[in-house]
Structures are given as structure tokens and as C-alpha cells.
Design a protein around this ligand. Structure first.
Ligand SMILES: C[S@@+](CC[C@H](N)C(=O)[O-])C[C@H]1O[C@@H](n2cnc3c(N)ncnc32)[C@H](O)[C@@H]1O
Length: 460
């Protein structure tokens, strides 16, 4: 594939939150909008400044209509490690590419953005004055300019060691901001219906982006809880559907999770949550159903499965069982087929989830889910796999000093055949994964605290 012209270079200003989730988000969104991820930088690491090549400004704008990890995007006109380098790079930028934004009928404004340092007003004005050599012919308008230009200075990541001069300086034409405001406007604090495990708004949008959710998709959450993940997918125009084993959650009954409120009110349910954001038309349904026993006819129904299965910490991992499955020695009820609750091992739950996704996703559809792990024992081999699903990304979010959860994104790359159902269970690769079963015990065992205590002196 031909590389895009080096002149289609853009500067992304990334938010300094959920660092590991940023690259997969940007890659997923670019591929959703027909752009390939082509880096113009050696590493994206922890820096908030990312240079990348994007084939067109339209793709850059589409990216910003979706991203919650990036704050803004700029068409990059120049870049250097010192003011002199920046100016000489700007002088090389073709005038014909600048002129449409600088002509005499236009209005403009120049902003100074610094990372890890604050400049005085005087210093900012100095930087603006130094750009006089650029062919600006329009009028300055600070309130409502047609074009906004930015100088962005990077003083590194260490707040305890701020250099005198920036490591990097960029100049670009502002194109668009990302969707950071969704984190506030969809905050669970202001949501009608919430539970103890309602997914944080920012992460819900990140998950929908990793899942490449788009308009008119059908998105399913088999462990739907209060529907936090459905809300994010519906915001991006997908029709949403969910199941949960808990009758009260699905019907919005029972005890409220909010302080100072005993019982859930009449409008505390998933449908009302969607209505709250003007998204009710995307509600398909939510059902009481056990994810270990999916009741679907064979077929490919979903464009994405986005879910947060229980880890057994704040909610139990359980599945329905029948009298026959109750271990010997435990007294049985007289009627047969009365569903009883059995514990649902994490490893079984994830195998079921992958198998279900492999069967019911459309080709190219994505499964996005959280995998809880005990960090001292974690290895990448533990991540469950399936012959029909390709691992796209695996990002860690720390929960405590020794536990974390990993956001796993997989894409269906092969049609499901009956022989795929158990093939991944037979391989040696499934063995390390059994370790997940003891996640709950390890979380509560105090091992975590003890190790942390033991480690402390050696760090001092
Ligand atoms: C981590 S919570 C999901 C929270 C959800 N993302 C939200 O925003 O509210 C996991 C959910 O899985 C449900 N669950 C547990 N075992 C299940 C099973 N076997 N089948 C379906 N749902 C199950 C629990 O009732 C709980 O609501």
C-alpha cells in the first residue's frame, strides 16, 4: 500500500488518562473510517503528542466525532525540537497549503498550549510575535475566528523535573476536538438507573470504540446489569440488546444503589436510561437469561458483543442449574428441573463467552470484554483464545496493587463450524487460564495486602 504524502500529517493531542487504551482506540476508529493507522513517530508511549498520517481531513474529523481518548486534532504545519527547528520546518511547509486559511478575508487566532509548564501572558505573546514570518493576511479575531492555529509545547512528563526549554514544539491548524465532554454528560452520577457495578461512562465509550460500533449495528451485552455499555453503543447509533441472570436488575426492582434511597423507583430501568439521553429508539430489549445457557437459534446476529462479566467481587458469578447438576450429598428439592443457582467458574464463563461470540458475531464483528487477573501470576498466554477470533488488543487497568482487569478486544475472522466449539479447550493453551478461577479468593485473601507490606521496605 502506498504511504500517504508526508504532508497529510496530523497532530493528535491525547488525554492523559487510560493510557493503554488510547492506541487501540485510535487504531480501531481509523480502520472504521477507512484510514489505516500509519505512525509518523517511533513510539506513542505516554506522551500526549502523537503525530500520525491520515489520508484525508474528513477521516480526521470522523475520528474526532468518536474518540474519547484524544482531546484535539491539528493539521501539522511544522515541528521541531527548538524554536529555530520549528521555524525552519514551517518555512518548508508549502505556501499553497497555508494560503486558503490565511487570506485577507479570513479571521484567525493563535493559541499557545503547553504541557507540564505554565507560561506567562508575556511569554505567550512573544511566541505569537515570533511567527510573524508566516503569510497571515487575515484579521485577528479572538472571540469567533474562522481559523484557529496552535503552538503546542511539550515539556515532558515529569512534573518534578520541568526543563527550561520544551522537548518538542508543534504548530498546526486546529481541525476538531474529540468527545471528552461525553464523560461528563453521561456520568453515572447523573444517571437514572445505576448499580454497584455500573460501568464508568468514559470506559463504556472506549469499549464501544474498541468494538468499532457504528450506526445501525446490533450490539449485545450478555451480562447487561444496568446497561451502561448499551448506553454508549446507542449513543453511536447502534441498536442494543442485553440479558442478565438477575430478575431484579432487568426489571429495575429491588434495593437502590444510591445513598439515601431504599428501593428503586418506577423509572429505574435500562429503557429509561436510554430515554434520558434521547436514545430510546435504539432499545431492542433486555431479558432475564443465563449467559451459560444461551437460548439463541444458530445464526450470526451481532455486529459487536460488548460486555463486563461478573468477577465475583461485587456481584456473584452464577448460572442456573438443574437438580441433576447438584453435587452428591446436597439435599435435592422434590420437583425436577427447578432452576437453582450454581457457581459459575470464571474460566467456564470466558470459554462460553468466546464460543458464543464466535457463533453469533458477523464476520469482522468484535467481542470486547474485561478479564480480571491476579497480576503476579498473569501472563499473556492466560488470555482465552478461540480459532474463530483474532486478538486485536489487550490493555490493563489496575484495580489494586496485585489485581487488575484487562480489556480484551477480539475480531471474528473465520466462520464458525461445529468442530470449533471445543478445539480451543483441547489445546495446552487453555491450561494457564484455569488460574482465573481463584481470582475472587486471591482478591479477598489478604495475600495482596501482605505482599504489598512485604515489598514496601525493599522499595525504600
Ligand atoms: C459487572 S456486572 C455488569 C455491569 C454492567 N456493565 C453495568 O454497566 O451495569 C455483571 C452482571 O452479570 C450478571 N450475571 C452474573 N452471572 C450471570 C449469568 N450466568 N448470566 C447472565 N448474567 C449474569 C450480574 O447479575 C451482573 O448484573
Amino acid at each position: 500500500m502506498a504511504l500517504p504524502s508526508p504532508l497529510n500529517r496530523y497532530l493528535l493531542l491525547m488525554a492523559q488518562e487510560h493510557l493503554e487504551f488510547r492506541l487501540p482506540e485510535i487504531k480501531s476508529l481509523l480502520s472504521l473510517f477507512g484510514g489505516q493507522f500509519i505512525n509518523s513517530q517511533e513510539t506513542y508511549g505516554k506522551s500526549p503528542f502523537w503525530i500520525l498520517s491520515i489520508p484525508s481531513e474528513d477521516i480526521a474529523r470522523n475520528l474526532m466525532k468518536r474518540t474519547v481518548c484524544a482531546k484535539s486534532i491539528f493539521e501539522l504545519w511544522g515541528h521541531g525540537k527548538s524554536p529555530e527547528e520549528l521555524y525552519s520546518s514551517l518555512k518548508k511547509y508549502p505556501v499553497e497549503k497555508m494560503v486558503p486559511f490565511l487570506h485577507s478575508d479570513s479571521t484567525y487566532k493563535i493559541k499557545i498550549h503547553t504541557f507540564n509548564k505554565t507560561l506567562t501572558q508575556e511569554e505567550k505573546v512573544k511566541r505569537i510575535d515570533a511567527l510573524e514570518f508566516l503569510p497571515f493576511e487575515g484579521k485577528v479575531n479572538l472571540k469567533k475566528p474562522q481559523h484557529v492555529f496552535s503552538v503546542l509545547e511539550d515539556y515532558g512528563l515529569d512534573p518534578n523535573c520541568i526543563p527550561e526549554n520544551p522537548h518538542n514544539i508543534y504548530f498546526g491548524r486546529w481541525i476538531a476536538d474529540g468527545q471528552r465532554e461525553l464523560i461528563e454528560s453521561y456520568s453515572v452520577k447523573k444517571r437514572h438507573f445505576i448499580g454497584n457495578t455500573s460501568m464508568d461512562a468514559g470506559l463504556s465509550f472506549i469499549m464501544a470504540n474498541h468494538g468499532k460500533v457504528k450506526e445501525n449495528d446490533i450490539v449485545f451485552d450478555p451480562f447487561v446489569g444496568t446497561g451502561g455499555l448499551l448506553v454508549a453503543s446507542a449513543h453511536f447509533g447502534a441498536y442494543v440488546y442485553g440479558t442478565d441472570i438477575d430478575y431484579n436488575t432487568v426489571h429495575g426492582l429491588g434495593k437502590a444503589s444510591r445513598k439515601n434511597q431504599k428501593w428503586r423507583g418506577p423509572d429505574e430501568n435500562i429503557r429509561a436510561n436510554l430515554r434520558q439521553y434521547g436514545l430510546e429508539k435504539y432499545y431492542l430489549d433486555v431479558l432475564v437469561s443465563d449467559a451459560s445457557k444461551p437460548s439463541w437459534r444458530k445464526g450470526t446476529y451481532f455486529d459487536a458483543i460488548i460486555t463486563d462479566p461478573p468477577y465475583g467481587i461485587r456481584e456473584s458469578t452464577r448460572r442456573t442449574g438443574s437438580q441433576k447438576e447438584i453435587p452428591k450429598g446436597i439435599e435435592k428439592c422434590p420437583e425436577s428441573h427447578v432452576p437453582v443457582s450454581l457457581s459459575y467458574h470464571l474460566s467456564d464463563m470466558f470459554f462460553d463467552l468466546l464460543n458464543f461470540a464466535a457463533e453469533t458475531l458477523v464476520l469482522g464483528g468484535r467481542l470486547v470484554y474485561w478479564l480480571p487477573v491476579y497480576t503476579p501470576e498473569y501472563t499473556d498466554e492466560m488470555v482465552p483464545w478461540h480459532p474463530c477470533l483474532k486478538l486485536i488488543s489487550n490493555c490493563e487497568q489496575k484495580l489494586s496493587s496485585h489485581t487488575s482487569r484487562r480489556l480484551i478486544t477480539m475480531e471474528k475472522v473465520k466462520k464458525f463450524e461445529n468442530r470449533d466449539q471445543y478445539s480451543h479447550l483441547l489445546s495446552d493453551q487453555s491450561l494457564p487460564y484455569q488460574g482465573h478461577n481463584s481470582f475472587r479468593e486471591k482478591y479477598f485473601s489478604g495475600v495482596t495486602k501482605r505482599i504489598a507490606k512485604e515489598e514496601k521496605p525493599s522499595q525504600e
